[in-house]
Design a protein around this ligand. Structure first.
Ligand SMILES: Nc1ncnc2c1ncn2[C@@H]1O[C@H](COP(=O)(O)OP(=O)(O)OP(=O)(O)O)[C@@H](O)[C@H]1O
Length: 267
C-alpha cells in the first residue's frame, strides 16, 4: 500500500493533543498523521484508551488540537471560526455515535428533522417544512425504517435507533460519515446489519465512511485500516475486497507484519 493518498477527503497532519488533570499533562495524541481516501470505507482501530475518540473529535472539529492541522476536501478546517466549523460539521460530514444520541421525547421522524430545525430560524424551518419532512421520510426509508417514523427511541431496538441516527446524519447530504463504535452497543447480528447498511451507503450512495472501532473483526470490513496505539498511528493495511463486501469479512492482504513500535505516517 502506498503511504501517500493522492486526493484524500479528510486528513490529520501532525496532530498532538494532551489533557490535563491536576496540572499533570496526559499526552493522548503524540503526532498523528492520517489521511482517509475519498469514496472508501476506512477504519481507525485500536485498544481502549489509544486515542481514537479524541482523534475523531478533532477530525469533526468538536475539539481543537494543541498542534497540527485537520484538512477536509482541500480546506483546512481546524482553525475556522466557530461558525465555519459548525457549517463543516452540519453540512460536509455526518457523525454517528455508539449510543445514538437521540432525543427521547421525539419520534424517529422528529429526531431525523431535529438538526434541520435547530440550524434554521423558526420562519426558515416552517417555510421549508414540507420539503424537509419529505427528505427526512426518504432518509428513514433509506435505512429501512419508514414504518417506524412515529416511534420514540424507547419504542425502538438498539439497531433501529442506530438506523435513525444514520438517517439523521444523512439529512444534510454529507460527503463523509464519521462513525464512532457504530456497532459497539449492539449484538453481533444487529451490528452486522448496521455494517451492511454503512457499506451500502458507501458503495451505492458514494458516501465516504470512517469507522472508529476497538474490534479487529469490524476493522477488517473496511477497505483500509489504520491502527492506533498509545496516541500514535502504528500500522496501516488494506483489506482485499470480498466477493460480497456487504456480507462477508474481507481478508487482510498487505502489511501482514505485527504493528511496528514506531509511528507510521499515512498522510
Ligand atoms: N476529557 C478528558 N480528560 C482527561 N483525560 C481524557 C479525557 N478524554 C479522554 N481522556 C483520556 O485520553 C485517553 C484516550 O481516550 P480516547 O477516548 O480518545 O480513547 P479511545 O481509544 O477512543 O478509547 P475507547 O475505545 O475506550 O473509547 C484515555 O486515557 C482517556 O482516559
Amino acid at each position: 500500500m502506498s503511504s501517500t493518498l493522492t486526493n484524500p477527503i479528510l486528513q490529520a497532519r501532525g496532530i498532538r493533543k494532551s489533557y490535563y488533570k491536576n496540572h499533570i499533562e496526559l499526552p493522548v495524541l503524540r503526532g498523528v498523521d492520517v489521511a482517509f481516501a475519498r469514496g472508501e470505507m476506512s477504519a481507525l482501530v485500536g485498544r481502549s484508551g489509544s486515542g481514537k475518540s479524541t482523534l475523531m473529535h478533532l477530525l469533526a472539529t468538536l475539539d481543537q488540537p494543541d498542534e497540527g492541522e485537520v484538512w477536509f476536501d482541500g480546506q483546512r478546517v481546524d482553525n475556522l471560526p466557530r461558525r465555519g466549523r459548525d457549517q463543516y460539521r452540519n453540512r460536509e460530514i455526518g457523525i454517528i455515535f455508539q449510543f445514538y444520541h437521540l432525543l427521547p421525547e421525539l419520534s424517529a421522524l422528529e429526531n431525523v428533522l431535529a438538526p434541520a430545525m435547530i440550524s434554521r430560524s423558526v420562519l426558515g424551518y416552517f417555510r421549508q417544512r414540507k420539503s424537509l419532512t419529505a427528505r427526512a421520510e426518504a432518509m428513514l426509508d433509506r435505512v429501512g425504517l419508514l414504518d417506524r417514523k412515529t416511534h420514540k427511541p424507547s419504542e425502538m431496538s438498539g439497531g433501529e435507533m442506530q438506523r435513525v441516527a444514520i438517517a439523521r446524519s444523512l439529512m444534510s447530504e454529507p460527503k463523509l460519515l464519521l462513525a464512532d463504535e457504530p456497532t459497539g452497543n449492539l449484538d453481533t447480528e444487529t451490528g452486522e446489519s448496521i455494517l451492511q447498511l454503512l457499506r451500502q451507503l458507501n458503495t451505492e450512495d458514494g458516501l465516504t465512511v470512517v469507522m472508529i472501532t476497538h474490534d479487529d473483526t469490524i476493522a477488517e470490513r473496511a477497505d483500509r485500516c489504520y491502527r492506533m496505539q498509545d496516541g500514535l498511528l502504528v500500522d496501516r493495511f488494506t483489506n482485499e475486497p470480498s466477493q460480497d463486501a456487504a456480507t462477508s469479512p474481507s481478508a487482510r492482504t498487505s502489511d501482514q507484519s505485527p504493528a511496528p513500535s514506531r509511528a507510521v505516517s499515512a498522510a
